[in-house]
Every structure is written in C-alpha cells, then in structure tokens.
Design a protein. Structure first.
Lengths: 95, 419, 993
C-alpha cells in the first residue's frame, strides 16, 4: 500500500503510523452528558466494510497527520487530505 | 447419533471395503421456518456453541447459518495455538476453562483434532520483561494454571536453534506454559460440526444474513439469502464481521476489523518442538505435524476487510524470525494468508446480551479467538440457554467500556491496532 | 558415468564444457545450462525422490517450478537447503544433491512399508483414530507422525549467507520472458519507458526455448536470444534473470526474489545469496504463461511418467531424451509436437493414446512417428516400480493391451498461470471453451498477456505481448508507436484439453497431488464425507498444499470434485492463490535484519567514553545504555551499582540522561496547549522554572510523565520517558493538527540534538560551578530547585542547566548540543575528580528512583491511573485536559483499586522480587486473595535492605500491615510490610539544599 502524502508525494505504507476512524469528534467536556459522549468517542466505531475515513501520520516523513479515505475491502485510496485542513473545515462547519 | 463412530476399528473395517461406507461428517441442511436458536456464523465459535447447546443444555432445535462454507473464516486461518497464559483476572479463568475443554475435546467429539500440549514458551530479553512475565506467571499460578520460568541454560536444551551468541536483544529466559500447544485448526470446526449435526443441529451453509426482524425491542428472526428464518434467540458469532452484522440490528460496537497475516513454510523434518514467541520483535512460531513451520507476527495495523495484507508486515515478521533463529534462513515460506480480526478497544472479547432482547453477542476476539473456541462456544451456549453469563466469562461485558472495567492485557488503551 | 541419454546435438547447453556434480554421493557430469533435473535425466537417473506419505518412488514430472516430485537437499553443512526443486536448480560445478524422506536409501526405502498400510492411510484417516488413550497423542502418535512427515532437513545451524533488499521504481514491470513477455518488454522498452523484465528461469525465453517453432525465418530460441540482446542494449531496461515475481501488493508494489548466487558453489565475496526486490511499478504486464496438467491413471507417479511439454523442454532445451520408448497420452492436440520432437530426436514412440474420439492432429503426428494410435482410449495403469517398464492401454471399445515403454508423456490441457492476478483477492473466471480459469479483475495497473490469459498460440501471444507492452508504456506517457508482429509457423490445433479429466479405468493409485499423495480415490472419499467445497477438499485431503503449491493438482482436483458431485466447476469453487507465487527463503524476506543488525542501535553521546571506562551496557528499546561501570575488584553488577549509589548519595555522580525524549515546544499558545495535554497546569509556570507533568490517555490511564521547563514566554522544553519519546511526539502532533488546529504551537523532537547529563549528589553544585563560564551564578538562591537557565560552559559552549533531581539528591541536569556530548562528559569527570565523582549507570539510577518512590515504566504500565500512582490530586479541576472526563468512570473511582505503596521485607535480609503478587498474611494464595503485585524492587544501600514498590488494594490505608509477596514461579514467598513509597529523605530536604 502506498499513501500520497500531500506534502511529500506517494510513499510506502511503512512510513506511516495509523490511528483509526477520523469521523469521531472529541466531545465538549463541559457538556452535561460529557461522560457518555466520551465513551462513544473513545470506544464506538462504525467500522464500515467500504469507504473509511481514517487518520494516518507520515511518521517517518513530515510528521503530518492525514485524513485518508480508503476502501477497506480493496485497500484502494480515494483521497488524502491534511488533517489540520479537515479539522479546520469541520470546526467552521460546526460554527 | 446418525454419524459413524470413529475409531481404529471403524477405520480398519472401512479399509477392507475401500472406504465406501463413510457417511457425510455433517448434513448439508436446508433452513426450516423457525428455530429456538439461530447462531450466525459457522466458524469455530458458532459450531462449538451449537454443540454445547445440544449436549450440555439440551437445546437441539438449533441452526447455524454460515454465509460460505463452515470453517472458512478465522478457525481455518490462524496459527493453531492454544494457551491460557494470560495476565488479568478477567481473562485467566476463561482461557483456562478453554484449555480444560481442549484437554477433553477429542473424546467429547469423537474426532481427533490433534490437540498437542507441546508447551508455549514466551521469551524475555530484559530484566523488565522478566519481571512482567513473572507477574503473569504468578497470576496464572494463583488461578491454578501451570506456569514456570526458564533460565537460559534450560532454554538452550529445549530451543537450541535460538541465537544466543550474537543477538541484538539477547535471550534472557522465558515463561513457559507446558499445557499450551497447538491443535489442528480445521478439524476443530469439522469435529464440532459433526457432533452438533449428530445431535440434531442444522448446519446451513451458503446462507448469508441480510437483516434482523426486531419488534418491540425483541428479536423475531433473521432475513437471509435463503429466506426468513424465525428464531426465539439469535446469537452472533461472526468475528471479523461483527460490526457489519451488529449494524443490521442497529448497534455500534467497540470493534475495528483488522487483517492479521500468517505464514507457513515448506515441510521439513522436526525442527522445533514447542510454540515459541519472540519478546523483542513480532514473531512466533511452531511446527505443524505435517512439517511446515507455522509463524506469524503483528497485525498490519489498519482497518481492513480484505483477508490479505501488505509486504512491510511480511518483512517485519521474517526479520523477527531471522533475529531469533537464524537457522530458518534457508527454509522457504510457502503460503501466507490473512484473517480479519475483530480488534476490540481493550484487546479482550465480548460475550454478552445486547440491548435487543433475545439477541446475544460473541465478538471482539482480536487474534485470540482460536484458543478460545471451546470456552467461547460453551459460555455462549450458557448465556443463550440460561440468559446469564457463565461465571468464567463474567468480565466480558459490553458495558465495561462505559464503566471503565476494561481488560487491557497489553496496556495500550483504546487503540485496537496496538493490542 | 556417461551421459547416456544426452542427445548428440541441440539444446541451450554449453557442450564444450563439462561440470561435475554428485547425487546421493555418486558422481555425474553435466553441462553449463543444465538444471539438476536435466543433468540427472541425461545420466539416466530416473528415481530422484520418495513421496510424502507412501514413500513411493518418484521421478521428474515437469521442467519448472511446478515440480511436485523431484525435490532434493542441496549442498551440505550449514548451507543445506531442503526441498530444492531439481527442475529449477541450476547446475554448477561441485553441486551436491541428496535425496530426502527415505531410509536407509533412495532405492531401498524401508518407509515404503507405508504402502502396505495404504488402504488405511487415506485422506483424513488421522481425524478418526489415534484418540485413545488421550495422553498417548503427545508421547507416541504425534512424535511418530512428525518423524514420518516433513521432507528435507534443516541444518539446524545459522544460515551463513547474507541477503539484501532493494527498492526499485519503474514504469512497466514485465513478468515472464516467454513470447508475450519478451514482446511486451520490447514494445515498452523501445518507447523509452523504464522497464523491468523479471524472469524466474536463468534462461530468458520461456517456451521459445522448449519448442521448435519458427518466428519469421528464425527458430523461436534464436528470436528470443535476439530480443534479449536488444533489451539489454536499451538503457532504461533492466533484465532480471533468476527472479520470480512472488507477490503483488496494493498500489503497484511487487515483490520479486533474485537468486543472485544460488547457481554458484557459494556466494562470492560481499555478494548476497539472494536479493528481495520491492518493485514499485506504474504498470505491469503479466506474461507468466501456462502450465500443462496431467491426467491421472493408475501408477501415474512411476518414474518415467512426465508432462508432454516437459518432455519437449528436455529434448529441445537441454538435449536430453527422457526415455527411449515413449507412450503419449493426451486429451488435446498439443502433444502432437511432443510426438514429433521425440521422433526427431530418435526416440521411439510406441503408442499414442488420445482420450478423445477422433483428433486429426494427433493422428497425423502418430502416423509420422510410426506410432500405433488409440482413439478414445486411456492408460489403465503404468508399472515398473522405481523405473517405468510399461503400461496397459485400453481402447474405447473394451479392448486392451500392454506395451513396454520407459516414458509416458501426458498432456491434459493447460492452466494459465494467473496466480499473480489473484493476490489482491480478485476471483478468477472459469472458461468452458478453454477449460481453464482465466484472470478475473486485474490488480490496478496490471495487464495480462499471452498464455496467462488463455492466448496459447505463439502468434497470439506475441501480438498480445506487443500490444500490452505498448499500452502500458503509453499509460505512463511514452509513445510506443505501431508494432510489426512477426509471422509464425503453423499453430497446433485444439490444445485446450476439455477432458476427460482422468483415466476411466481404476487400477491402482491414480495421483492428483503427487507430492502430498492425494489420489482420485481420496477426492471421492472427501465427496462422500461431505467435504465438497474446494476449500474443504483442500483442507481435508491436503490437495494443493505441497511445495509445488498445487500447480499441477488444484484445477484437476476441483474438476474431479465437480465431476464426482455432478456440479459445474464454478459451483464447486474457485482456487485463488496467495503470495508467494513460488516459495521464498525466510532469510531473503528478512534481508540484512539479523544478529546485531536486527534493529538500529542508538548510542547516547557518552557511549564511546563509557566504553573506554569499561561500562557494561544494557538494551533499552533501541538504546544502549551503560548499566554500570565496574571497578577492579567488584565481582558483579550489584557491587558496582551499590558503590555508584553510595557515591552519589555521599559525594557526586554523573549519568547520561540523553536517552530521555526531548521536545522543543514554541508558539504563542504553547502554555495553553500544555495545559490540555498535561493533567496539571503549565501556562502558569514562570519563565526559568521546570515542573513535573503527568499526561493521560483519553481513556484516563496514565500515558507518560516528565519535566517540562519554560525557557521563555512562548518557549517550553519537554522531556519524556525514554520508552515513550516517539509516542508522545506523535500524540502532541495529533492534538495540535487534529484536535486544536487553531492553536499557535509547534514542536520539534530534539532528543538527538542535546546531550544531557545528570550531575547528582551533595557535591554536585561544586562540580557545576567549576564548569559554567564566569558570570553565571549557580547558587541555591540564583538557581533554586526546579529552576532552569540558559548559559555557557567550558568557555563558551551554549548550554542549558536545570535544577532537577531524579535521585533525590541535590542535582542538576546539564544539556549541551550533542556534538559536545563526548567532550562534556570528559569535562564533567575532570571537574568532578576533586569531589570524588563517579559515573553511574542505569542500575544505580533505578535503585535511587525506587528509593525515592518515583514511578517509572513498571508503574506506568498502561493500566494505571493518576490516583493509582498516588498523583490523583494533580488532576486540575479548572481546565479540560486529555483524559479528564474518562477519569470519572466508576471503575476509576473504585476504592478497591490497587494503589502505589512501598514495601520492605519483615526479615530485613530477605530479597524482594518484582512480579510477586500480594496475598493477605495467613491466607491461601488464590485468585480470590490476589490483592496486587510488586512492580519494582532494589537493594537500597541507604536502608541496608531490599525495598519495593507495588500496587496494593487500598494500599495507602494499610501502612504497617504485613502481607505476603508471593512469587511461586521463582519459589519466593516473603512477608513484607506496607510502607511509604519514599525510602530516602521523605521531606525532600536534600534536593532543595
């Protein structure tokens, strides 16, 4: 598997570290139902058998965290984005 | 029982007539309209649960539905190791229960699954690892499980092929469980299937679940590729695909699906007599009765439903192998395969009721599902029949993530790919 | 011995040169260009191995890597290589080969007694017996089975050869160098694309060398040689011989294995035995050809039975006649060429048995060869034991006759070599017309050309190869232009072999999988017992699981099962291959990563100095750390470590702390950021001050700890534990980039940039004062405990000085740029000499941190909370931080949780051991009475007895209580008293002094 780092170009998967699902969002700790929301955030996953948005870090490269959209049945990668851009877009949507 | 009794006498009798008298090991059943219990997944766990339901709990109006052929999932895609060398009190009694069932399995099933208690040896390479294994061994002993520490002199006798001279991470000793070992994996599925079938269980192959019928919070049955099947109780035993199937019942699970690769070499004459794990790299190895060195290492580390992995993991595992035993350099890797693991968020399984009444979950086995087959089947059968967890599986609750009573052997937290 | 079966002329061998080799100790001669198999056949050796289960005599069946029978041990001593295929092993001068799986000898194998019991030893018989009594399995049955199983032997010695790995990028990877592969490589190579042509054989050309065909006016072998010459002249083309592509991985990654020096007695100086190629290709062309399949009949494993195409390979490529009197048994027209080539080589073709009713091509060939011809017939049985003597032939009308022969050439049709198309899980597709599986979905970027996609004709294969090569090059942006496909001679007729799949006569054992001894009857038995899917068939009978990977047996077994159960082949199943395509030595996949080079070794800046001091080192992850510095007269680590501790506690010592993770943190929001990742506050920390910090994971469990110093308003310097340095850095980046991208903060790992020395002990201030440059005040007032400042030492060397203490003594950590690290340690030692300084290692450090009750790796074990560690009060209530919410889960608040306390033995002379479990005094050791465990222990020179740290249920409430430290795996059972975890200077007066 090879991942096209937006900053470094396509590199072998062995340069990257995996974290997991990029669709879960850290809840507001001050909300009244914060604990159940955190339990869901930390533990529950859709784990789809198809397109999966997931976090990888170019750990042996530029250190960038990336949001990779990948089909987990075929391992075919559709899209690679910088995590900070996705996060920024997501928080501006939320506002 | 409708099946043959297997013995040396029946084999000799058949030998005289060209083996023309053997009956099918199990019937290829078609689904009935309804059952008391339907188990989703014709792997080791589902077939074992059917066997114990019928044999121990007297529940025989049971079907096992399997989307492909039985035994085609992880029970046929593993490295065949059995052991109960766990650290935490939530795990040890369960895996020891499994070990005891393994010890009587063949007589129970009238099927030789080649349970081979050849010992499992976990090597350590530092003082810190030694202490961690001592803690584990002591925990095992407190639970009545066998464990001993080996020093290097003993190891040299048992495992002369290790690199003791020039290793990057010198071998300093090992934790051994003598009762650990290996089992002929496919035979486990077939043996349970044959026994369950003989007790009246319908094993329905090529029958894929497409949905659940749930009304008023209660399960009524399942939609399948071979039509609706009514059921008073339904149990999921489809590790690898647990999340997908549970989603049909509206549930999200603390599980990710990951691929674990495993490897076997060409057959060679006896080389290693035990199961051995490397403590400073990702590598473990044993030798099958047929002569192949069976080995594996770490999961690839990313979500996957593809039953195959990538090259860096293959290299990593073989590097571990050569670092540990440079005498395997010239033996050739023959086959590799990938299994899809239900990697749970704490590295431990779930055997529990679900929010849907009558729907039971057996999932999250990570890469430890094979050794658990007998106990998982037995505890799942207990849960289904009695509607309460078996005492040895009492910690495998679904709510433990909310309460914080997680069972994290490796101490890696909520990151499935690190367990 | 003379090469009695070597033809007078022909073949791609160097007849001018003769090379010697041995088989089972006998000496033979062959030629460069031979394989071991061709040379043995040339010498009239037919019996080369014994089968797996029945120990039946076996000969050479094929001429390639699909060989199931002719397996030998190659070489001797530590270089012994089991299960080598004689059909692939390239002959070299001095080659040593030994037959395997026989006793006492190949010709007289006592294990062949198994054949007598063969009515019992059918597929799966072992699942039905060997169960009584249960304990006999490990003691008797299994050892017996294991000794009998396996084939060759490992040497048991470390592999003396080296291996290497290479990563290559190309535009077009061409796999296989038969007609389609050479054509594809030519088309792509001529366009200027970067091409890698990988061929598993040592000769390029595939069947162009095995068959006598014409391309234009040249022989096929001559055309291949010219094509190779052209390819080798193209600058962007790399031709890899002896290099099978063994695996296809995601995104155009291919693994290939080059046998660099397997064709030599041993590798040359600095030469690897094999090289693993990781090829990243934009496009690939799979031109792997097709393999012939046998037709099972009784005794079809007798040495002398051979695939018809292999017979041609031995005749044409190697100039060897595999027999003198041949019978040809075929269900397709391809064998016509075998008949013709045998006749041309002067071999007698006594009979041609065509399984079909009437086929003109074989008719004509048989007539030309003056062979008798049987239409609609079959071979009922071959006989001869160790060497074929004849066979019984039946015709379609019930008649039969015996003929004497020493060769049976069998052709059952062809299986395209599509294995590499299925490595990424694509399913092959059954084609009824070709009676073969064809590639289904191709891996992204791969094209299949030639026989591998069912284009068996030479002309078709050439055309497909040129087309695929051109298309691949064009997809990479090269202009391939039009190609002139050369004309070829007359193609054979219908070569598809649509059955019959077996001889209809059942006499004796008819093998489907030769190596695993799986017969037609075994397939029938599997069907009878319900093992009808292909997966069940393979697993129950072991069909296709041998070292030949089922090349000659998989499709045949599937077809037979379909026939037996009355289903179509696709209904019965599909066989999809997994990597590797051909078996690969584990050493090659490991490459150079063995012995000390298994993993990189990191050395702290003082390492070479420490070596000079005679330090003993210990592995800590990738780091090598000095464990202790023995002095003359000290008899073990214990004495040295105790002396080092005593020196630190009474005078001064120096320790290289550079392995700690060090992270430079800068930005306007650095303080706010640290507040969110640590449980305690850092934004309020004054410039020039350091603070201990604890980080949790989001699930509330302790992750790492260390001190972080504020060097400026927007500048912090964090230290982490050695083990977690990488993980913490990754975590910080995630928090910043993903959770809080709006924060202005940046990180840089500076672990390798700073050498950092702990100078500890009551005299440490004097040592430090001697090192810092004039004008810098290191007095307690100017630099109090937990103070920090930037300054210069040793005459202008930039440095950072921290008043930190892990040992509990007055202590400093002095950091200088890593390039000064070696000079710095020498300067510290020199400056410290007047004060009695000694270097101390990891052992002494560990003793002192346990004496002070500091948590470290054994306590931060991934399951402990801040409260467990006695740091519950550090959790800020004023801010959110990672792990805060989840720390409130009910189990985290359970008062029964084991918490950190100290322990000392009731009998002060007793030794404590980490890993012991705590059991209440007077209670039976049991799971119910398990109350915790010891994490760290040390002999405390300051206390004069052993001390320990550990987690005990309700520990802090139980001070003074006596419990058992139970350690059955080491025979330990010691009574210990629960005490405070701080054993030295609990008020902390020394470190503030």
């Amino acid at each position: 598997m090879r991942i096209a780092c937006p900053f470094c170009g396509p590199r072998g998967v062995d340069e990257f570290a995996y974290l997991g699902d990029a669709t879960v969002k850290r809840p507001n700790a001050d909300a009244p139902d914060a604990l159940p929301a955190f339990v869901e955030y930390v533990y529950l996953r859709d784990n789809p058998a198809g397109l999966h948005r997931e976090l990888w870090q170019h750990a042996l490269g530029c250190q960038s965290w990336l949001v990779v959209t990948r089909n987990v049945r075929t391992h075919v990668i559709d899209q690679v984005e910088a995590a900070r851009d996705v996060a920024a877009a997501r928080s501006s949507e939320a506002e | 029982m409708s099946t043959d009794n297997y013995s040396i006498f029946s084999v000799l009798r058949e030998a005289l007539r060209g083996h023309t008298g053997w009956k099918p090991a199990w019937r290829d059943a078609a689904p009935k309209a309804a059952y008391d219990v339907v188990i989703v997944g014709g792997g080791g766990h589902g077939l074992a649960a059917a066997h114990y339901l019928a044999k121990e709990f007297g529940v025989t109006n049971v079907a096992v539905v399997e989307k492909g052929w039985i035994g085609g999932g992880n029970v046929g895609r593993n490295t065949t190791i059995i052991r109960s060398n766990y650290l935490l009190p939530g795990n040890i009694p369960f895996y020891e229960h499994s070990m005891k069932l393994w010890e009587g399995l063949e007589q129970d099933l009238n099927y030789n699954a080649m349970v081979s208690q050849r010992s499992v040896i976990n090597l350590f390479h530092s003082d810190g690892q030694r202490d961690a294994y001592a803690r584990r061994g002591n925990a095992m002993r407190l639970h009545g499980v066998d464990a001993d520490l080996l020093d290097v002199a003993e190891l040299k006798r048992i495992l002369p092929m290790l690199d003791y001279e020039n290793a990057r991470f010198p071998v300093k000793g090992a934790l051994r469980q003598k009762r650990g070992g290996t089992v002929r994996h496919d035979a486990v599925a077939w043996g349970y299937a044959r026994s369950a079938d003989g007790r009246g269980v319908d094993i329905i192959q090529n029958c894929e679940v497409t949905g659940f019928r749930i009304e008023g919070g209660r399960i009524l049955g399942l939609e399948t590729s071979r039509g609706f099947i009514g059921a008073k109780k339904v149990a999921l035993a489809c590790a690898g695909n647990s999340s997908r199937v549970a989603a049909m019942a509206g549930m999200r699970l603390p599980i990710e699906s990951h691929v674990l690769q495993a490897f076997v070499t060409e057959g060679v004459k006896p080389f290693i007599d035990t199961v051995c794990t490397f403590g400073a790299g990702h590598f473990y190895i044993s030798q099958s009765d047929k002569g192949g060195l069976v080995f594996g290492g770490d999961i690839d580390g990313y979500n996957s439903y593809a039953q195959r992995g990538n090259l860096p993991t293959v290299e990593d595992v073989c590097e571990g192998g050569m670092a540990l035993m440079p005498a395997i350099g010239r033996v050739r890797l023959l086959r590799s395969w990938g299994g899809i693991m239900d990697m749970s968020m704490d590295g431990s399984p779930i055997i529990d009721r679900t929010p849907v009444e009558g729907l039971y979950l057996n999932a999250g086995w990570c890469y430890g599902g094979f050794k658990a087959v007998p106990a998982a089947g037995h505890c799942l059968a207990h849960l289904i029949a009695r509607d309460e967890p078996h005492p040895v599986a009492a910690a495998y609750r679904l709510d433990r993530f909310a309460t914080g009573r997680t069972i994290d052997e490796k101490g890696m937290g909520a990151q499935p790919n690190l367990h | 011995m003379s090469q009695s079966n070597r033809l007078a002329a022909g073949g791609l061998i160097d007849r001018a040169s003769s090379i010697g080799f041995t088989f089972d100790g006998r000496r033979y001669a062959g030629h460069p260009g031979d394989t071991l198999a061709s040379a043995l056949l040339a010498n009239g050796v037919k019996l080369v191995g014994r089968s797996f289960k029945y120990h039946r005599p076996r000969g050479v069946l094929t001429a390639g890597s699909e060989e199931p029978n002719a397996l030998v041990e190659l070489r001797s001593g530590a270089r012994r290589e089991p299960n080598a295929k004689a059909t692939v092993a390239e002959l070299y001068d001095g080659l040593e080969a030994t037959s395997q799986n026989r006793w006492p000898s190949l010709a007289f194998d006592l294990m062949a007694v198994n054949q007598l019991a063969s009515p019992v030893f059918v597929a799966g018989f072992y699942y039905k017996t060997f169960m009584w009594p249960a304990k006999f399995w490990e003691k008797l049955y299994e050892p017996m089975i294991r000794r009998a199983a396996g084939l060759g032997r490992l040497s048991g010695e470390a592999d003396p050869d080296s291996y290497e790995k290479i990563t290559a990028h190309c535009d077009v990877l061409v796999i296989g160098s038969g007609p389609a592969g050479l054509a594809a490589a030519l088309a792509a190579g001529r366009s200027g694309a970067r091409v890698i042509l990988a061929e598993e054989d040592f000769a390029l050309g595939g069947r162009l060398n095995s068959d006598r065909r014409l391309i234009g006016d040249k022989t096929s072998a001559a055309w291949a040689a010219e094509a190779v010459a052209e390819l080798e002249s193209l600058p962007e083309v790399t031709v890899l011989r002896r290099t099978p592509v063994v695996g296809v991985y995601d995104d155009g990654v291919y693994a290939a294995l080059e046998r660099v020096s397997d064709h030599m007695r041993e590798p040359g100086a600095h030469q690897p035995r094999q090289r693993l190629w990781r090829i990243v290709a934009k496009r690939s062309v799979l031109a792997a050809g097709a393999l012939e399949r046998p037709i099972p009949f009784g005794g079809n494993d007798t040495p002398g039975v051979m695939l018809a195409s292999a017979v041609r390979t031995y005749l044409n490529r190697f100039g060897v006649a595999p027999g003198k009197r041949a019978v040809v048994y075929a269900n397709n027209d391809d064998a016509a060429a075998t008949i013709a080539d045998l006749a041309a080589a002067g071999c007698e073709v006594v009979a041609v048995v065509d399984a079909r009713g009437d086929a003109p091509a074989l008719h004509a060939a048989a007539r030309a060869a003056r062979a008798s011809l049987v239409f609609g017939g079959a071979i009922a049985r071959a006989y001869g034991g160790r060497s074929l003597k004849g066979c019984e032939i039946v015709d379609g009308r019930g008649g039969g006759f015996k003929v004497a022969c020493d060769l049976i050439a069998v052709s059952g049709g062809w299986n395209p070599s599509i294995q590499l198309t299925t490595h990424l899980s694509a399913r092959p597709v059954w084609d009824d017309r070709l009676a073969a599986f064809l590639p289904g979905a191709r891996p992204v970027g791969m094209e299949v050309a030639g026989a591998a996609e069912g284009a068996y004709g030479l002309g078709d294969a050439l055309a497909a190869g040129f087309r695929a090569g051109a298309a691949a090059a064009e997809a990479c942006g090269f202009a391939a232009g039009a190609v002139d496909v050369p004309a070829t001679d007359q193609e054979p007729g219908d070569t598809h072999g649509r059955g019959p799949w077996r001889s209809p006569v059942k006499r004796g054992k008819a093998f489907v999988d030769f190596q695993n001894d799986v017969t037609v009857s075994d397939v029938e038995l599997a069907a009878r017992e319900g093992f009808k899917s292909v997966e069940h068939l393979k697993r129950y009978t072991t069909l296709g699981m041998a070292t030949d990977q089922g090349r000659t047996s998989n499709v045949l077994g599937l077809a037979l099962m379909a026939e037996i159960t009355g289903r179509s082949i696709p209904e019965t199943g599909i066989t999809a291959a997994r990597a590797p395509f051909t078996p690969v030595a584990i050493g090659a996949l490991a490459g150079a990563h063995r012995h000390k080079e298994f993993r990189p070794t990191r050395l702290p800046p003082s390492h070479f100095w420490a070596e000079e001091q005679g330090a003993v080192f210990t592995e800590t992850g990738q780091w090598m750390r000095a464990a202790y510095f023995p002095r003359p007269g000290e008899k073990d680590w214990f004495e040295s470590a105790v002396r080092e501790v005593t020196t630190v506690r009474t005078a001064v010592g120096v320790y290289d702390a550079s392995t700690l993770g060090k992270i430079d943190i800068q930005g306007a929001d650095a303080g706010v950021f640290l507040d969110r990742v640590y449980v305690n506050a850092f934004s309020s920390l004054a410039v020039g001050k350091a603070r201990y910090g604890l980080m949790l994971r989001e699930d509330g469990v302790a992750m790492d700890d260390g001190t972080t110093t504020r060097l400026g308003e927007t500048h912090y310097y964090m230290t982490t534990t050695t083990a977690n340095a990488g993980g913490v850095m990754r975590h910080l980046e995630l928090c910043k980039q993903w959770l809080w991208p709006e924060l202005d903060v940046h990180f840089s790992s500076v672990t390798d940039q700073w050498a950092q020395y702990a100078i500890a002990g009551p005299r440490s201030r004097e040592v430090v004062a001697a090192l810092v440059d004039e004008g810098f005040d290191v007095s307690n007032e100017a630099l109090p405990y937990m103070g920090a400042r930037e300054l210069t030492v040793c005459g202008g060397v930039k440095a950072r000085l921290f008043r930190l203490s892990f040992s509990g003594e007055l202590a400093y950590e002095l950091a200088v740029p890593a390039r000064y690290g070696d000079a710095m340690i020498r300067a510290i030692i020199k400056a410290g000499e007047p004060f009695g300084i000694c270097p101390y290692g990891a052992e002494a450090l560990a003793i002192m941190r346990i004496e002070k009750g500091h948590a470290a790796g054994p306590e931060l074990n991934g399951n402990t909370t801040a409260a467990d560690l006695g740091m519950g009060k550090m959790l800020s209530k004023k801010k959110d931080f990672i792990g805060r919410t989840m720390s409130g889960r009910e189990a985290f608040l359970d008062p029964e949780r084991p918490s950190l306390v100290g322990f000392r033995p009731v009998d002060r002379s007793a030794r404590l051991r980490s890993g012991a479990h705590f059991v209440p005094r007077g209670e039976t050791p049991s799971a119910a009475n398990d109350q915790g465990y010891m994490t760290s222990t040390a002999y405390s020179p300051s206390n004069g007895h052993w001390i320990g740290l550990g987690f005990l249920a309700r520990g802090p409430e139980r001070m003074g209580e006596i419990v058992r430290a139970y350690d059955p795996v080491r025979g330990g059972d010691v009574e210990v008293e629960v005490v405070s975890p701080v054993f030295v200077d609990p008020e902390g007066a020394r470190l503030r002094g």
